[in-house]
Design a protein around this ligand. Structure first.
Ligand code: BTN
Length: 327
C-alpha cells in the first residue's frame, strides 16, 4: 500500500470538511482505480478514520484518529514552511535524537519530528521527561535561522511565547512562563522546552527546539517524582484537548514569531515574553550547579539572561538555574 497516497487521500477528505467526495473523483485526482481508492479508504478506517460511504454521493469523513501522524496534522496547517515535512514515529527514545540525526542529513528548515511516546525523553539539566503514549505532544522542530550562535537562547523564549499563544487559542487557558522556558498553568508545569544547537565555524547549522506538552494526562499518568508539580491541559480544563490543533497552532505561531524576529529583532518578542512571565519582579531563589542566590528577578537581557539583584545590591546574570519563587 502506498502510504503517501493514503495520507493524501485522508488530507483530501479532511479538506472537504464533511462534504462527500465521490470514488470516481478521487480515482481521477490521484490517478488510481476506484478499487484502489476503496483499499486506501479501508486502510484509513482501520487506522481509526471514520469514513462512511454515502450512496451515489461518495465518501464522507466524520472523525479522525487522535494521532500525530502527518496526515492528521498537515491538511489544516496554516504555515508556509514549519511542519511541511513531518517525521512521525509512534515510539522512540527521544525526538531530539531523531531531529539531531535528521538535521545532519540536511533536512529543510521547519521539519518537525513527532512521537506518540518517548522511552527516554530528556529535559533540561539532564533530567528525564515523562512522555506517556498518546497523552502529550513530544515534538522537536528543526530551524535553520541565519543568526549568530550567541543569539540562539532567544529562540527558546520565542518558542515559549508561541506555545503559550497556542494553548490560549486552543483551550482558553491563560498560562504563565517561568524563566527560562517552563510553561505553567495555575502554578503547575504543563510544558517544557529544550533548545539544542548544531553549529560550526560558519555559525548555527540547526536549532533543535524540543517541546514537551502535557495534553491529556490524568494525575496518575505522571511519575510520583513530578505529580505534585506537573499538570496537563485536560486536568486544567476538565476536557480532552486536541493535540492536532495544538501542534498546528504551535507551528503557526512559531513561524509568525520567527518572521517577526528576523525582520524586527527580539524587542517586541521580549515584551511578549515579559507579559507572560511570572518570574519578573518576584523574589526568587536561583539554584545553580555551584551556588544558590536569592534576590529580586529584575528582568531578562536581550540574550535571555535573567537579571537577579541580591540584597547587597549586586546584579547577577543567571544563565541556567532552577528557579523557586516566593508565593
Ligand atoms: C524541560 O526540562 O523543561 C524541557 C523538556 C523538553 C521535553 C521535550 S519532549 C520532545 C523533545 N524530546 C525530548 O527528549 N525532550 C524534548
Amino acid at each position: 500500500m502506498n502510504i503517501t497516497v493514503t495520507n493524501k487521500l485522508a488530507q483530501r477528505l479532511m479538506e472537504a470538511s464533511g462534504e462527500p467526495v465521490s470514488g470516481q473523483q478521487l480515482a481521477d485526482e490521484f490517478g488510481i482505480s476506484r478499487t484502489s481508492v476503496w483499499k486506501h479508504i479501508k486502510d484509513l478506517q482501520e487506522k481509526g478514520y471514520e469514513i462512511t460511504s454515502v450512496k451515489k454521493k461518495g465518501y464522507v469523513l466524520s472523525d479522525i484518529p487522535d494521532s500525530l501522524e502527518a496526515s492528521t496534522i498537515q491538511p489544516l496547517l496554516k504555515t508556509q514552511l514549519l511542519g511541511k515535512t513531518i517525521e512521525y514515529i509512534a515510539s522512540t527514545e527521544s525526538t531530539q535524537i531523531i531531529a539531531h540525526q535528521l538535521a545532519q542529513t540536511g533536512v529543510s528548515h521547519g521539519t518537525a519530528v513527532l512521537a506518540e511516546e518517548q522511552t527516554a525523553g530528556r529535559g533540561r539539566m539532564a533530567r528525564k521527561w515523562d512522555s506517556a503514549y498518546g497523552k502529550g505532544i513530544w515534538m522537536s522542530i528543526i530551524l535553520r535561522p541565519d543568526i549568530p550562535v550567541q543569539r540562539a537562547p532567544q529562540f527558546t523564549l520565542i518558542a515559549a511565547v508561541a506555545v503559550v499563544r497556542a494553548i490560549e487559542e486552543v483551550t482558553g487557558l491563560r498560562p504563565d512562563i517561568k524563566w527560562p522556558n517552563d510553561i505553567l498553568v495555575n502554578g503547575k508545569k504543563c510544558t517544557g522546552i529544550l533548545t539544542e544547537l548544531q553549529s560550526d565555524a560558519d555559525g548555527i547549522q540547526a536549532l533543535i527546539i524540543g517541546i514537551g506538552l502535557n495534553a491529556n494526562q490524568e494525575a496518575d499518568d505522571f511519575s510520583e517524582e513530578v505529580r505534585n508539580i506537573a499538570t496537563s491541559l485536560k486536568m486544567e480544563t476538565g476536557k480532552h484537548v486536541s493535540r492536532q490543533e495544538l501542534v498546528r497552532s504551535i507551528l503557526f505561531y512559531l513561524e509568525q514569531y520567527t518572521e517577526i524576529y528576523i525582520k524586527e529583532g527580539f524587542g517586541v518578542l521580549k515584551l511578549m515574553w515579559e507579559s507572560y512571565s511570572t518570574t519578573i519582579g518576584k523574589k526568587v531563589r536561583a539554584r545553580m550547579a555551584r551556588e544558590t542566590l536569592e534576590g529580586i528577578a529584575e528582568g531578562i537581557t536581550d540574550d535571555g539572561v535573567l537579571q537577579l539583584r541580591t540584597a547587597d545590591g549586586k546584579l547577577h546574570g543567571i544563565y541556567s538555574a532552577d528557579i523557586e519563587m516566593e508565593k
